[in-house]
Design a protein around this ligand. Structure first.
Ligand code: DGY
Length: 311
């Protein structure tokens, strides 16, 4: 009977419905890494999240391992090439989380531009004293502005669809031209012309610290940088420097170089930075679909069928 390790409880009852396989779920006690190292040797499949780093050491311990199914679209936490070289199939959950992630990214952009978080905080702190005032809490408009999307994969396209409903002018930078209703431009042109720069890239060796000081300083003084994919695509120290020097208008971030973020992170000292705790895909519907996809991927491989998605 095949044995499956599951690192975290996932929504729905998809795990319970798996038939004829032995399932072991991490209890939450002790070190996850140690548990994986001691148990992966007898496992045929593992169902993990983006928190678990699946490196060469773990893969080498997985003597019988046939499939690594990650409950995420991102796979920068897995040494995919090494796993593949050992004949292990690696699967992920794209598509099902595209719209939820694009919704949140779009929401972050609006929140940053229109002072939604500072306005909310002001009222909660009982500091809204002057009432309505012609010059109070003025923000930047969204409609009619130029949106620069860096990366035109599924999430980039979903953001573009939303932006066209907001009457934005859309420009994008990507390795290739795409069949989208937006202008394909160089990264420098995008940075110079955009009122909002949205990062919609995967994290890999080429995109690590893609947004550094040199690029950020090409943005308009009033522009916002929005990142909802992976924190390490933006060099946070460089972003802090740019915010300190007031060379951009602000930022909105759902992802960070180190997660969870603690209150010593200098990004938290800026009123013009809106932050959320990596919740792009965090809706009931999407997390359920991710669970169904991740379990189907895993079971299909062990049953000799094609997974829904394979890296
Ligand atoms: C992913 O799946 O990679 C996202 O970052 C989590 O929502």
């Amino acid at each position: 009977m095949y044995k499956i390790l599951v690192t975290r409880n996932i929504p729905g009852n998809y795990i319970e419905k798996i038939e004829n396989m032995e399932i072991e779920v991490f209890s939450g006690k002790g070190s996850m890494r140690e548990w994986l190292l001691s148990n992966i040797g007898s496992a045929d499949g593992i169902l993990i999240t983006l928190n678990e780093k699946i490196d060469k050491e773990l893969i080498d311990h997985g003597k019988k391992l046939k499939v690594i199914s990650t409950y995420s679209v991102g796979y920068d936490h897995i040494d995919v090439e090494y796993a593949k070289s050992k004949g292990i199939i690696v699967t992920n959950t794209p598509e099902v989380l595209t719209d939820a992630t694009a919704d949140l990214i779009f929401g972050l952009m609006i929140a940053a531009a229109r002072n939604i978080v500072s306005g909310n905080n002001l009222i909660h702190k009982n500091e809204w004293k002057a009432g309505w005032n012609p010059t109070f809490m003025l923000g930047s408009e969204i409609h009619g502005k130029t949106l620069g999307i860096v990366g035109m994969g599924r999430i980039g396209k979903a953001i573009a669809r939303r932006a066209s409903g907001f009457d934005m002018k859309i420009i994008y930078y990507s390795r290739h031209r795409h069949d989208v209703d937006a202008d394909f431009v160089s990264i420098d042109e995008l940075l110079q012309k955009s009122d909002f720069v949205i990062i919609a890239l995967d994290l890999n060796a080429d995109t690590f610290h893609f947004m550094d000081y040199r690029k950020i300083s090409k943005m308009k003084k009033t522009a916002f940088l929005i990142n909802g994919t992976r924190g390490k695509i933006v060099n946070e120290k460089d972003l802090v420097r740019a915010l300190d020097e007031k060379i951009i208008g602000g930022a909105a971030l759902d992802v960070f170089e180190d997660e969870p973020v603690d209150n010593t992170n200098p990004l938290l000292s800026f009123n013009n930075v809106v932050v959320t705790p990596h919740i792009g895909s965090a809706t009931y519907e999407t997390r359920d679909k991710m669970a169904e996809t991740a379990v189907t991927n895993l079971v299909n491989v062990l049953n000799g069928k094609d997974p829904l998605y394979k890296l």
